[in-house]
Design a protein around this ligand. Sequence first.
Ligand SMILES: [Zn+2]
Length: 218
Amino acid sequence: MQDEKTVYLTFDDGPSHNTARILNILQQHNVPATFFVNGYDTDFSHQMYQRIVNEGHQLGNHTYSHDYEKIYQSPEAFIEDVEKLQDFLETSTGVRPEVFRFPAGSNNQIYRRVQQDNPYLMIEIKQLLREKELPYFDWNASSTDAAAVTLDTDIIIKNTLKHVAGHQNAIILFHDSAAKSTTVEALPTIIRRLESLGYHFDVLTPDSFYVHFNYLLF
Ligand SMILES: [Zn+2]
């Protein structure tokens, strides 16, 4: 529907014990989300990957290592790390991810610390992702939960709602890493408030709404 308002909850950097709590909350509220995960080869993490898939969420790729020094060495090193996670998650869950998010977003300048000789590194990586048919997604609303190790629950709620306001389609950035307990605590209120504003919830797919940051080469 043309006038439908949609919100895409996205959680980066998991799984951790907070992922299980988030999955429980999503289940209680019957809303889907997208999890951009990293590679953790533990029994618990495999359980989390499987729950994400089984409970109707989207399992997304956020690189295996999330190690800037490693992935931003070269386009090939980056794609190798991405493919390692693709294979790992497919073996773990039977599902090969169809969506991707860059560590630190697609406009990050972090790679310049690592790879100062190639200003086109990010452009070359994006080209390789296109060849792999793995679309990437940035965000247009931030929970700001990365602004501190553990930000106040009330601040996360307030900032999230402020950033979603005015967007017909909002992709919200959250983190489900181990320190983000207040993100979990903020989530039920955020879901209720967004529902009362008329938003419905969906997962990111290769055909869904997307956000790409402007990339400034300078
Ligand atoms: Zn990340």
